[in-house]
Design a protein around this ligand. Structure first.
Ligand SMILES: Nc1ncnc2c1ncn2[C@@H]1O[C@H](COP(=O)(O)OP(=O)(O)OP(=O)(O)O)[C@@H](O)[C@H]1O
Ligand SMILES: Nc1ccn([C@@H]2O[C@H](COP(=O)(O)O)[C@@H](O)[C@H]2O)c(=O)n1
Length: 234
């Protein structure tokens, strides 16, 4: 069964924090009539379980134990943000500063990644058309995806956008936001298991001088071109 745009297949969006992955992926999914999977939300939900268990996020063994016993569920319908841990709605909590501070340590634990990557692949397998965003989707989770995009933007632009999103204008607070983005990128890029990096066959899109709609147009264009090329080749 094809979607209303005719697109069937997998689009991946990876990149550093605050480059626009979530907002772009949601719009692309809605334009293509595809499912949408926010894998960062899954690592954030795992972090909620770890914090609630009173475990140190840097204690890899304890983190692995807690996450193995937690039921993490996310929705894949574009436009909904269902995220649950053991049946409790944590969609708001996963965006808290406390979770954001700890999520990179939790997501660096190999057993956590194995568990969530299995779950991500099962969710993707259930959809004819899907847009998946994260850090390792094009490199590890879906290496055979039809379209892989690696989204980047200058650090200053990312910090400004995040400040606008959170309604922050105080220069000291904006500087703290920029430092947080830097710290998370360094952690995510330097971990041993599935570090953040572009796949060799990813299209790099720099959004520094593009508005959100411009980025969405570019990704939709790439997806439809890939679908067309597949049909011609079929
Ligand atoms: N091209 C763009 N121009 C201006 N603002 C943008 C652009 N793309 C995204 N934004 C805005 O930047 C903010 C951060 O975007 P978003 O949350 O989608 O990034 P992200 O890469 O998913 O971040 P994270 O990895 O931290 O979850 C949002 O307010 C979003 O609306
Ligand atoms: N595929 C992924 C997705 C996310 N992470 C980790 O989760 C953190 C939160 O991601 P957001 O996109 O919600 O900001 C991110 O900083 C990574 O540590 C990951 O490892 N792999």
């Amino acid at each position: 069964m094809s979607t209303m745009s005719g697109f069937r297949g997998q689009v991946t969006l990876d990149g550093p924090s605050g480059t626009g992955k979530s907002s772009v992926a949601r719009s692309v999914a809605s334009r293509l009539g595809a499912a949408y999977l926010d894998t960062g939300a899954m690592y954030r939900a795992a972090t909620v379980a770890v914090l609630d268990a009173g475990v140190d996020p840097e204690d890899g063994e304890a983190v692995a134990r807690v996450v193995a016993g937690a039921r993490i569920e996310v929705g894949t319908a574009a436009g909904t943000e269902r995220v649950e841990v053991d049946g409790t709605d944590v969609a708001e909590r996963i965006r808290s500063a406390e979770v954001t501070r700890s999520v990179s340590a939790v997501s660096a634990v190999p057993a956590v990644r194995r568990r969530l990557v299995d779950q991500q692949r099962s969710l993707v397998a259930a959809a004819d058309a899907v847009v998946v965003e994260g850090r390792d989707i094009g490199t590890v989770v879906l290496p055979d995806a039809d379209v892989k995009v690696y989204l980047t933007a200058a650090p200053e632009a990312r910090a400004e956008r995040r400040a606008l999103q959170l309604g922050i204008s105080d220069p000291a607070e904006v500087a703290a936001l920029a430092a947080d983005l830097r710290r998370r990128d360094e952690y995510d890029s330097s971990r041993a298991d599935s570090p953040l990096r572009p796949a060799a066959d990813a299209v790099v899109v720099d959004s520094t001088d593009l508005d959100r709609e411009g980025v969405v147009d570019r990704v939709v264009e790439l997806a439809l071109a890939a679908a067309g090329a597949r049909e011609v080749g079929a």
